[in-house]
Design a protein around this ligand. Structure first.
Ligand code: DAK
Length: 260
């Protein structure tokens, strides 16, 4: 595959996917979505990759949504296909089994916010603005926004954001728990690195199972969810990492987890 619209870097266990169309505020066309999908697939299979970061090139946008130039020649079939490709990528991020951090360096609008919501954690720069502006062009969010946004902020706030298409700033996004952390733009990269490094030192299987359990918690009833939790707890009790964690605690040293 030829990569024209994304950059990809793997360093010290952290894979960083950068949407690289800054002149279009990193808007997503079909090719870019397929490139992200391919980067995610690589990060999934690479045992050295422990944490994934997704961000946008430049300092104006994480991603301004679907590329509106694709509207030329739009048909019902093309619209459905575009929606399905975006939904596939967001599901791949949720299913990767490793923590994924969205580093929101500016606008996260439409499909950009939907991409960020599929990630596990979101760090935003103070200049970031988020929203689902699809209504302004006669559409609805098509990459999971009508489903994931209410799960973050509740039905009322989600309807307000999607009905009005208005943008919210980073501080408001933090208050409604849409983002985990807001930092000045110049500190964004270092804050993201610090968080990624913190996660790198955690036991990978515990993180993987936590991600799976929490993602599934909104799909299952409490009884089944608790059964799944107990089973995962049992699996973790038999890992080398659990032994290492307890030994390190008793020996008053830092644990070295192997993901075994
Ligand atoms: N797509 C393509 N180009 C975009 C873009 C986008 N979503 N957002 C920004 N750009 C481009 C602008 O056209 C402009 O390009 P040049 O004129 O310089 O060549 C450049 O990025 C800088 O943007 P602005 O000049 O507008 O910058 P401002 O600071 O004034 O405004 C903004 C920034 C983010 C507030 C504004 O650009 C904006 O409102 N952007 C659109 C946000 C949006 O509505 N996102 C998409 C939601 S709709 C389908 C195809 C597509 C879709 C559905 C179906 N089919 C194939 C059927 C689309 C669905 C959506 O996601």
């Amino acid at each position: 595959m030829e990569f024209k619209n994304t950059l990809y870097e793997k360093k010290e266990g952290i894979a960083t996917v950068i949407i690289n169309r800054p002149k279009a505020l990193n808007a997503l066309n079909e090719e870019t979505l397929l490139e992200i999908s391919s980067r995610i697939a690589d990060a999934k299979q690479d045992e050295n990759v422990k944490v994934i970061i997704i961000t946008g090139a430049g300092d104006r946008a994480f991603c301004a949504g679907a590329d509106l130039n694709m509207m030329k020649g739009a048909t019902a079939y093309k619209g459905m296909r575009l929606s399905q490709i975006g939904q596939k990528v967001t599901r791949e991020i949720e299913d990767i089994g490793k923590p994924v951090i969205a580093v929101i360096n500016g606008y996260a609008l439409g499909g950009g916010l939907e991409l960020a919501m599929a990630c596990d954690l979101r760090i935003a720069a103070e200049n970031a603005q988020m929203g689902q502006p699809e209504v302004n062009v006669g559409l609805i969010p098509g990459w999971g926004g009508t489903q994931r946004l209410p799960r973050f902020v509740g039905k009322g706030k989600a309807k307000e954001m999607i009905f009005t298409g208005k943008r919210i700033d980073a501080k408001t996004a933090e208050q409604i728990m849409l983002v985990n952390l807001v930092v000045p733009l110049e500190q964004l990269k270092s804050a993201a690195k610090e968080l990624a490094q913190d996660l790198m030192n955690k036991p990978p299987i515990a993180l993987q199972l936590t991600k799976q359990l929490i993602n599934n918690s909104t799909e299952t009833d409490l009884k089944i969810g608790l059964t799944n939790e107990a089973e995962a707890f049992g699996v973790l009790s038999s890992t080398e990492d659990f032994k290492e964690g307890v030994s390190a605690f008793l020996e008053k040293r830092k644990p070295q987890y192997q993901g075994k």
